[in-house]
Design a binder for this molecule. Structure first.
Ligand SMILES: NC(=O)c1ccc[n+]([C@@H]2O[C@H](COP(=O)([O-])OP(=O)(O)OC[C@H]3O[C@@H](n4cnc5c(N)ncnc54)[C@H](OP(=O)(O)O)[C@@H]3O)[C@@H](O)[C@H]2O)c1
Length: 264
């Protein structure tokens, strides 16, 4: 991708522009001279609002921040009618509706790219406990996960949005290594300059806490099974970020260093 201004390029609609990845997609597109349009909350599930927002857009970044695929048929239908390219921010997390949205996109015939991202590095679910100076309580401290930096996901998304040659691709995006959850907490502590530790809780306690946040039972069990499996088999890394952007994927330690202020 070049840095030249491309004012004649149709704008890109960024759905979820305030989100962890969407905000970087907007910034990186704007830095490349691509016009950016955003969608404010609620419009994604309202086909008429979505239709108005996509008018004249050349491409769309789609995220599906909902627990079910309800409304996805209508939303994908609008995108398939109105735009020439969709980049879908998906995941391989069990119990999430992303697979259903991917299937709808495939059936719709709209040219699209799927970004199957591992968990975002943004470990803000631990921020309150680390700020309070206590241990982070959770299940699966020994699970080796491979978080991917939101800026790297965004860099891949920008390429898929503005370059040709990505339609039909399914990119699995990971960080470069798989520290355990307990190690990730320690890395945040090191970045903050104050030790942070993991405190393991029983699966049933974790299940009750996750259910209390309104997550569907299938999503809760899927997430806990996933963590259990990653104790014996840490998540593998892909080279997709490096292959597509030309720079190595950022490590979780680097993410923690750059975001230490969020945990102080
Ligand atoms: N979280 C992860 O670790 C992770 C990992 C891999 C893939 N993903 C995928 O990334 C996508 C987004 O994930 P996330 O929810 O975790 O991201 P997020 O960073 O929480 O962002 C969600 C975005 O969606 C917007 N939004 C919420 N409700 C909306 C509505 N009704 N209409 C329009 N926009 C709405 C939010 O806007 P407001 O700020 O206005 O609410 C926000 O900008 C999903 O497709 C998910 O599967 C997530």
């Amino acid at each position: 991708m070049t840095n030249k201004r491309v004012d004649d390029t149709p704008p890109v609609l960024v759905i979820g522009a305030s989100g962890a990845v969407g905000r970087h997609v907007g910034l990186q597109l704007a830095a490349s001279g691509v016009r950016v349009r955003t969608l404010t909350q609620r419009e994604l599930l309202d086909p008429a609002s979505l239709e108005a927002a996509v008018q004249g857009a050349g491409a769309v970044l789609l995220g599906w921040p909902f627990p079910t695929a309800d409304g996805a048929t209508e939303a994908v239908g609008v995108l398939a009618r109105e735009v020439g390219r969709v980049v879908f921010l998906s995941s391989s997390v069990p119990g999430r509706p992303d697979g259903g949205v991917e299937a709808l996109l495939a059936r719709s015939g709209v040219p699209h790219t799927v970004l199957r991202a591992h968990g975002f590095a943004a470990a803000l679910q631990w921020a309150e406990e680390i700020r309070a100076g206590g241990a982070v309580q959770g299940y699966g401290g020994a699970a080796g996960l491979n978080p991917v930096d939101e800026r790297d996901i965004a860099a891949v998304a920008v390429r898929a949005l503005v370059e040709n040659g990505h339609d039909g691709a399914r990119y699995v995006l990971t960080g470069p290594e798989s520290p355990t959850q307990a190690e990730q907490v320690e890395m945040i502590g090191a970045a903050v300059g104050r030790p942070a530790t993991w405190q393991e809780i029983p699966r049933e306690t974790a299940r009750r806490r996750m259910s209390a946040t309104g997550r569907l039972p299938a999503a809760v069990d899927g997430a806990l099974d996933f963590l259990h499996a990653r104790i014996a088999a840490p998540e593998p890394a892909t080279t997709t970020v490096q292959d597509l952007t030309g720079h190595p994927a950022r490590s979780f330690r680097a993410w923690a260093t750059d975001h230490a202020a969020l945990f102080r």
